[in-house]
Design a protein around this ligand. Structure first.
Ligand code: NAI
Length: 697
């Protein structure tokens, strides 16, 4: 049984009981239907209360059931709601806590609703590219009012009941109580036991004094804000039917719309990301019940660009941080930057003064390693030089308490080598944050060859606490994200060799949905970084070809925004990129010097070459076991590299494109390429998947 049944006096109480959030899976739906029928058949029962066990009324559909046949099996959610609504005895929903999606649709099918003020309601389907599919768009506008209902449906966010109760004329709540929704619901059930006919949300009218103008206004706003997603417009359609169509017709069309949206690439991408996020936190050989180490305090070494941002994550989560530097000035500078960041948030009204003060009170600074001897987790973010890292880790090894976790934020150095500077490599791992570290969602958790399972599990759990999307990466140069990026950037410069302008490449990438094209990113991050990497690569891997156009750029001192010029020109104090005649001339000379065969290249080819460069490298990463699963790669690109969410990530995009077609395209690129086509040699995994007719995700 995943719903409990008990009788209190003349009231039957049905409690949804499917941890963790009472998802409405088949067994729960069945048990709930049986409960209602049993109450109906029992002459001693005069009313029914429906509630949820634990920390939710219901989180909605059971995500374990998504895509499984049982999701559609009877009794469906529709059937359950019909059974509840048609019950001849009053059914009262007791909402003590979270009530989302199908859970709210079920509550709307009840005759009465009693809610605790702090309980929250949401119809989050739009976040998965869907409309609510079990009457939410037809009943909520009738119960709550058209505008607040549409706002809820379009945002998908949880809204506290006390706020919703302020909606003028709302009939969503029959009682709003400070606590004990269940007790209040049982009392109400006894009061209304004899009321007939029973009130039903479906019998209410949804009205708006100026419906046409209102819906047009919302359509325009949504079209401007979310042009790439079909679901928000369909949500508006569906809510408008609550005013214009008979209830059953609205319900049917809502259902049809839901099913049609399930098949859109945007919804598939959003669902892929939703499940990808959950999958990423799981590590194949680390059991979910691995005991965790307690992290009550954090140390950060280095108060520079990364150290400051890293520190803020923990302060925001209420975890005290000790920040260590070698010089007082560096500490002062670091703390001043943290303050400046918080003050900017206060100014924008995003952070209250008292919270700012509370966060700063959690920060202490030091010049001495002794102050880290009781710290649970220490993250190093000093200069990217192995000698400096060595000195830091040797000192940490000397002072840190046994069991403390030691992490490095290195982006290029060998984590196993760093771990070996200590006598406790099992306690060492990489925590690769992205800049700005207080903003970017991605955290690559780098697993060294000796990293202990509980250390990994602890950091994955901690990542959730600081609101990061953590993805595990094995040790390699660049880890998952930057190793793929190197191929993407290499390909972008080959495109320029073959005649594209940097702005053409950027425009094509941005039209595809990337937050910024590769050349604009280069100018933002600093072109000198790539220059240094290429110099290193030419020694390490002399056979691998890199275009020299970016070297020519750097030789002109055009490092990007920081030098006022890069692939683009910049006006002083302005980040707007302006196509540069100097760069155009430099590129003409460069192409002549290498004897380039230039041609017109379509935007489609540009995008495919950039994205498939990522995909092919990712296939190598999967094969080498650096990345655990294709969806992890997608999470890295969605949360750290500005890949368009509505495309679901490079691997999901490749799957949607068809891996057979991807390999065919790669063969065409190889035939055209100015080198021996080595770049486009498909990774063995990619070839194998094509041969087996499979996909990545
Ligand atoms: P940064 O130069 O801004 O900051 C480094 C800080 O470390 C400076 O404040 C310096 O005074 C301090 N420091 C140097 N040696 C020290 C020592 N022995 N003990 C204590 N403090 C010391 O550098 P940034 O950009 O913050 O990079 C730090 C680390 O983060 C590097 O390993 C880098 O590869 C990595 N990283 C950087 C990213 C970025 O976008 N900047 C992104 C991801 C990782």
């Amino acid at each position: 049984m995943t719903a409990l049944y008990e009788v209190r006096g003349n009231v039957a109480v049905i409690t949804l009981d499917n941890p963790p959030v009472n998802g409405l899976g088949l067994a729960t739906r069945k048990a709930c239907v049986e409960g209602v029928l049993r109450a109906e058949a029992d002459p001693a029962v005069q009313a029914v209360v429906l509630t949820g066990a634990g920390r939710a009324f219901s989180g909605g559909a059971d995500i374990k059931e998504f895509g499984q046949p049982s999701a559609l099996a009877e009794p469906s959610l529709h059937t359950l709601i019909r059974v509840v609504e048609a019950c001849s005895k009053p059914v009262v929903a007791a909402l003590h806590s979270v009530c989302m999606g199908g859970g709210l649709e079920l509550a709307l099918g009840c005759h009465y609703r009693v809610a605790e003020a702090k309980a929250t309601l949401a119809l989050p389907e739009v976040k998965l590219g869907l409309v609510p599919g079990a009457g939410g768009t037809q009943r909520l506008p009738r119960a709550l009012g058209v505008e607040p209902a549409l706002n809820m449906i379009l945002s998908g966010e949880q809204v506290p009941c006390e706020l919703l109760a302020l909606a003028p004329g709302q009939k969503l709540f029959d009682r709003l109580v400070p606590q004990d929704a269940l007790g209040a619901a049982v009392a109400l059930a006894q009061e209304v036991a004899a009321v007939r006919p029973l009130p039903k949300v479906r019998d209410l009218a949804a009205t708006h004094p100026n419906a046409d103008a209102y819906f047009q206004f919302v359509r325009n706003s949504v079209a401007a804000a979310q042009p790439r997603y079909p679901a928000p417009q369909r949500c508006i359609d569906a809510v408008s039917w609550s005013l214009t169509l008979p209830f059953e017709d609205g319900l049917r069309r809502e259902r049809e719309t839901f099913i049609a949206l399930m098949l859109t690439p945007e919804s598939k991408a959003l669902r892929h990301a939703f499940f990808g996020e959950r999958a990423a936190s799981k590590i194949a050989d680390v059991p979910e019940n691995t005991p965790l180490r307690e992290i009550r305090s954090v140390g950060v070494i280095g108060a520079g660009t990364m150290g400051g941002g890293i520190t803020m994550n923990f302060l925001n989560a209420g975890i005290p941080v000790t920040l260590l530097e070698t010089k007082q000035e560096a500490l002062d500078r670091g703390v001043a930057t943290i303050r400046k960041n918080y003050e900017a948030q206060v100014k924008k009204g995003k952070l209250k003064d008292d919270k700012y003060a509370a966060r700063m009170a959690l920060l202490s600074t030091t010049l001495s390693y002794d102050d880290l001897k009781n710290t649970d987790l220490i993250i190093e973010a000093v200069f990217e030089e192995i000698g400096v890292k060595e000195a830091v880790f040797r000192q940490l090894d000397a002072v840190a308490k046994p069991g403390a976790i030691l992490a490095s934020n290195t982006s290029t150095l060998d984590l196993n080598q760093i771990a070996a500077f200590t006598a406790r490599p099992q306690d060492v791992l990489g925590m690769h944050f992205f800049s700005p570290a207080n903003v970017m969602k991605l955290l690559e958790v780098v697993r060294g060859q000796a990293t202990a399972k509980d250390v990994l599990a602890t950091v994955m759990q901690l990542a959730k606490k600081i609101k990061k999307t953590a993805v595990v990466s094995g040790v390699c140069d660049g880890f998952i994200g930057n190793r793929m990026l190197e191929q993407y950037v290499r390909q972008s410069t080959f495109l320029v060799d073959e005649g594209c302008s940097p702005e053409q490449v950027d425009k094509a990438a941005e039209a595809f949905g990337f937050a910024m094209g590769p050349f604009r990113v280069g100018d933002l991050a600093g072109n000198d970084i790539g220059w240094a990497i290429r110099k290193r690569r030419r020694v390490e891997k002399p056979d691998v070809r890199y275009s020299e156009c970016a070297d020519r750029l750097c030789e002109l001192g055009r490092f990007g925004q920081k030098t006022g010029a890069g692939w683009y020109d910049y006006q002083p104090g302005n980040r707007k990129p302006i196509p540069s005649p100097v760069v155009a001339e430099m590129l003409e000379k460069h192409r002549a010097a290498i004897g380039a065969k230039t041609r017109a290249i379509s935007d489609d080819e540009i995008v495919q070459r950039l994205v498939f460069a990522l995909v092919n490298e990712a296939a190598h990463l999967l094969e080498e076991g650096i990345a655990q699963r294709a969806s992890d790669v997608d999470m890295v690109y969605l949360t750290g590299y500005g890949f368009p969410l509505w495309r679901g990530g490079p691997m999901r995009y490749a799957d949607e494109f068809g891996l057979f077609n991807v390999v065919q395209a790669m063969k065409r690129f190889a035939a055209n390429a100015m080198d021996d086509g080595a770049f486009w040699q498909p990774a063995p995994l990619l070839e194998r998947l094509v041969a087996e007719g499979k996909s990545f995700t």
